[in-house]
Design a protein around this ligand. Structure first.
Ligand code: PLP
Length: 488
């Protein structure tokens, strides 16, 4: 008589799974410990790409085989942002405790839409930490999000619903007496245009204001534009201040924007995806003055706080406005406020954003911050800012290199320019230098175009970078520039 075990998705053999899990943890820790010894990036080989197009298996595989396939086909080809010489776009490295937190969150696997269990209390505590860091009042509300894009969308939705003078949620934007407008500098992140489009304003709903030479918003131009738009029958409702722009790390004069918004009765939203958390850094904090006056703030924890992706946070000064923008309670979700058991609990995060089912992303944040403490995070950020200036000095010391923008926060933009080359030739040369840096696995800056000039962009939100990594970058750029300029 054969006994088939009762079928579930649990391991058929817990001891074998335990051994495999221990192996995975050992491999993972070695992988991170030795990351510096590997190339920053390498292309995914053809045979791996082919295997990654196979259809879904209908039948089971032994867990060891699944893991071995991961080790062979996935693990060797990371994006590179865990590496000490990754400075592309604007990312974080992750933390070991954050990785454990993600694992343990998946083990508990709660749904953070709401209800009476411990996980929402953890999220509430983390949101409270962020609120206090930003200097918002104790009754401000918040929500952990997938990232800055989602956090900005939440802030802008609350702004639109609260500050346009009619019931946008019920009547829709078509009931407006004129086009709805919000304002930000030309350096604002692209997610704000996506938000404008998503919110039914059209991309024209985001009005971009010119910047000064340091890439901060021109306040006079902003004031003139708002006045002109009002005169033309438009409905200005919000200004977005940048706490660290994506191109150059510029921080708008947030205090002046707060004054302007107070005077003009505009919602003051701060996009702090890059820089808001730098209130922890002694050499940045003062530049963020005025952020604490915001009506809403979007910040990212998977960038300069190095929480494993995804982790962002939306904060709103006015809890009721935040809740009124998103709460909706059908019968099947009705709250048992006076009853007992699981469906009680005053805190339903689904009232503060678009998602109902939500992951326990708070845990990796809670564990990482408890392990390291906010002061250490502040020191890591301050060091990155110092490293940006260190790199800036290396660039300035080389006749064939030039900075292409003032250094903002931890972002350095520069290019190889030996002189005497046409603009097109110079762009081609710098593009090729960047491709070689990536393909040779040396370092991973990204690029941008400033005032029509293509340049390398080094965003140092990296807790593993050391000064010698920047020495190596500069040597490599010079060598590649000279080689590529005069092909043999
Ligand atoms: C990264 C970034 C965003 C978008 O955040 P995600 O976490 O990528 O969604 C928004 N604004 C700024 C300034 C950013 O740097």
């Amino acid at each position: 008589m054969s006994h088939k075990p009762f079928e579930t998705l649990d391991p058929e053999n817990w001891e074998e799974m335990r051994t495999l899990a221990h192996r995975a943890v050992d491999d993972a820790l070695d992988y991170l410990r030795d990351v510096r010894d590997r190339p920053v990036w390498q292309a995914v080989p053809e045979d791996v790409r082919e295997r990654l197009q196979a259809p879904a298996p209908a039948l089971p595989s032994p867990p060891e085989r699944v893991y071995d396939e991961f080790v062979r086909d996935v693990l060797p080809y990371p994006m590179g942002n865990i590496h000490p010489r990754f400075w592309a776009w604007y990312m974080g490295n992750g933390t070991v405790m954050g990785a454990l937190g993600d694992f343990l969150a998946a083990v508990m696997n709660p749904n953070l839409g709401g209800a009476n269990h411990v996980a929402p209390l953890v999220e509430q505590q983390v949101i409270g930490w962020m609120r206090d860091m930003m200097g918002l009042p104790a009754d401000a509300s918040g929500l952990l999000t997938s990232g800055g894009s989602a956090a900005n969308l939440i802030g802008l939705t609350v702004a639109r619903n609260t500050n346009c003078g009619f019931d946008v949620r019920h009547e829709g934007v078509q009931a407006a007496s004129g086009p709805l407008r919000f304002y930000a500098s030309t350096e604002v992140h692209s997610c704000h245009q996506k938000a404008a489009e998503t919110l039914g304003l059209g991309s024209a709903g985001l009005c971009k204001i010119p910047v000064h030479a340091d890439y901060t918003i021109d306040q006079a131009a902003l004031a003139a534009r708002v006045a002109a738009d009002r005169a033309a029958g438009m409905i200005p409702f919000c200004v977005v201040g940048n706490a660290g722009t994506i191109n150059t790390g510029a921080i708008d004069d947030l205090d002046a924007l707060a004054d302007f918004c107070a005077r003009e009765k505009l919602w003051f939203h701060v996009d702090g995806a890059i820089g808001a958390v730098a209130v922890l850094a002694d050499n940045v904090r003062d530049q963020l003055k005025g952020m604490e006056r915001a009506d809403s703030i979007a910040l990212d924890l998977h960038k300069w706080m190095h929480i494993p992706f995804e982790a962002g946070c939306a904060l709103v000064r006015h809890e009721a406005a935040h809740r009124e923008a998103f709460s909706l309670t059908p019968e099947y979700l009705a709250r048992e406020t006076d009853a007992r058991g699981l469906a009680t609990g005053a805190l339903w995060f689904s009232d503060y954003g678009l998602q109902l089912t939500r992951q326990f992303r708070a845990l990796k944040i809670w564990m990482s911050i408890k392990e390291h403490g906010l002061q250490r995070y502040g020191r890591m950020m301050a060091r990155n800012v110092e490293q940006a200036h260190y790199l800036g000095r290396l660039v300035e010391a080389e006749a064939e290199l030039e900075l292409t923008a003032p250094i903002g926060l931890d972002i350095v933009c520069f290019r190889f320019n030996p002189g005497g080359l046409s603009a097109e030739r110079l762009e081609r040369l710098n593009r090729d230098i960047l491709a070689e840096l990536h393909e040779q696995g040396i370092a991973a800056p990204s690029y941008t175009t400033l005032g029509g000039q293509y340049c390398l962009r080094v965003a140092i939100s990296n807790h593993r970078s050391q000064n010698e990594d920047f020495d190596l970058l500069v040597r490599a750029v010079l060598r590649l520039g000279q080689e590529l300029r005069s092909p043999a």
